[in-house]
Design a binder for this molecule. Structure first.
Ligand SMILES: *Cc1c(COP(=O)(O)O)cnc(C)c1O
Length: 355
C-alpha cells in the first residue's frame, strides 16, 4: 500500500538552538505533519508543511470536552549518521488504543508510520547527537468540530510535531526525589488511566505543584480505590529492586502500558533477572525498606528513559534509596537502552527501525 503525503517545504529554515543546551520540548523543527478527518470522508489531505500555528473555532470540542490523545517517541542518529526510530509500531498501536478509548476514529498505522519516516527525514538535521540528546516526536489528535454538546466530534486533526531534546529532568541520569501522594489520585479502574489523554495530566498538576513546593520533583500515584497500591510516576512507569528480583505494577487498566516499561522487562528477562508484574502496596515497600531489601527504584519513560529514584517521601517518612545515588541496575539499564538507541550497543531485540 502506498500513501500520498504532499510536501510543502519551508522557504525560511529556522536558526537552530545550541544542541548542548536543549532542555526538554522548548524548540520545534522546521516542518510538521497534518491530516484531517471528517465523518463520511475518513482521514484525508495528509501533508507535511512548514511548522506553523493552526487556527481553530473557539467552539472546537477539544477546548471544552478534552477529546484528545497523544504519543511520545524518539528518533536517534548513530555515529555514521544513520537515523532510527525506537519501537515506533508500539507507539502507533497504543495511539489507536487511546483513540478507541476516547471515541476517536482509528488512524491507519501505515500512514502514520510513513508520515513519521518522511517528516524525520526532512528534518534530519534537527536530530542532535550529543550524549543524552535525541529528537522527541509528539503525534497527537484533537477534536475540531465547532459544536457545543457532549458527543464524539465529527472532525479531527492528527498532527506530528518534533523537538530536539536534552535531559528530561534537570537532574539528568541523577536521582530524583519523589513524593508518594496520599490524597489525590490519578486514575481508577474503568477510567482513562491507560490512555495517553490530556485530562490525565491536567488532573495531576495540582498534586505535582504541591509536591514541588515541598521540594519533590515528581509524584508517585497510589491506586484510586484503596490508596494503597503503587501505580506510576507522573509520566513514567516505576520499578523496584527487592533483593534479587525486580517488581513493577501489573497493567491493571489504570496505568499506562509504557514502551520503555516493556523494553526494560524484556531486557531484565534477557539478563536472567527475575521480574514480577503484580500489585505492590506502599506498605510492602516501607517494610522492605526497613529490612534493607528495597535496594533501588527507578522510573521508565520515553522522555527520561531510566530515571533513578533517590528518595521516596511517604507521609513524612523519607526513604533514602541506595544512599540517594543512582543504583547499579538503573545505571546498567540506562547504559544498555540508550546504547541501543544511539546505535552504540548491538540491538538484540530489533527495537530500532532504521530509516
Ligand atoms: C508516556 C507515559 C509513560 C511512559 O510510556 P513510554 O511509552 O515508556 O514513554 C508512563 N506513564 C504515563 C502516565 C505516560 O504518560
Amino acid at each position: 500500500m502506498s500513501y500520498s503525503i504532499s510536501i510543502e517545504r519551508t522557504s525560511a529554515l529556522k536558526q537552530k538552538p545550541d544542541f548542548s543546551q536543549l532542555g526538554f520540548g522548548k524548540y520545534f523543527t522546521d516542518h510538521m505533519f497534518i491530516v484531517e478527518y471528517d465523518d463520511g470522508e475518513g482521514w484525508h489531505d495528509a501533508r507535511i508543511v512548514p511548522y506553523q500555528p493552526i487556527s481553530l473555532d473557539p467552539a472546537a470540542k477539544v477546548f471544552h470536552y478534552g477529546q484528545t490523545v497523544f504519543e511520545g517517541m524518539k528518533a536517534y542518529k548513530d555515529a555514521e549518521g544513520k537515523v532510527a526510530l525506537f519501537r515506533p509500531f508500539k507507539n502507533l498501536q497504543r495511539l489507536n488504543r487511546s483513540n478507541d478509548r476516547l471515541s476517536i476514529p482509528a488512524i491507519d498505522e501505515g500512514l502514520a508510520l510513513e508520515a513519521l519516516k518522511q517528516l524525520v527525514t526532512i528534518d534530519e538535521s534537527w536530530i542532535p547527537t550529543e550524549e543524552g540528546t535525541s529528537l522527541y516526536i509528539r503525534p497527537f489528535v484533537i477534536s475540531t468540530q465547532a459544536a457545543l454538546g457532549v458527543s464524539p466530534s465529527e472532525k479531527y486533526l492528527f498532527m506530528i510535531i518534533m523537538s530536539p531534546v536534552g535531559a528530561y529532568y534537570r537532574e539528568g541520569i541523577n536521582p530524583v526525589s519523589i513524593y508518594v501522594e496520599p490524597q489525590y489520585v490519578r486514575a481508577v479502574p474503568g477510567g482513562v488511566g491507560n490512555a495517553k489523554t490530556g485530562g490525565n495530566y491536567a488532573s495531576g498538576l495540582k498534586a505535582q505543584e504541591e509536591a514541588s513546593d515541598k521540594g519533590y520533583s515528581q509524584v508517585l500515584w497510589l491506586d484510586g480505590v484503596h490508596r494503597k497500591y503503587i501505580e506510576e510516576v507522573g509520566s513514567m512507569n516505576v520499578f523496584f529492586k527487592l533483593a534479587d528480583k525486580v517488581v513493577t505494577p501489573a497493567l491493571s487498566g489504570s496505568i499506562l502500558d509504557g514502551v520503555t516499561r516493556d523494553s526494560v522487562i524484556q531486557l531484565l528477562k534477557y539478563w536472567n533477572i527475575e521480574v514480577e508484574e503484580r500489585a505492590i502496596s506502599i506498605d510492602e515497600l516501607v517494610e522492605a525498606y526497613r529490612n534493607g531489601t528495597l535496594e533501588e527504584a527507578f522510573g521508565t519513560g520515553t522522555a527520561a528513559v531510566i530515571s533513578p529514584v533517590g528518595e521516596l517521601n511517604w507521609q513524612g517518612e523519607r526513604l533514602i534509596l541506595n544512599g540517594g545515588q543512582t543504583g547499579p541496575l538503573a545505571a546498567k539499564l540506562y547504559g544498555f537502552v540508550t546504547g541501543v538507541q544511539r546505535g552504540a550497543v548491538e540491538d538484540p531485540f530489533g527495537w530500532l527501525l532504521k530509516l
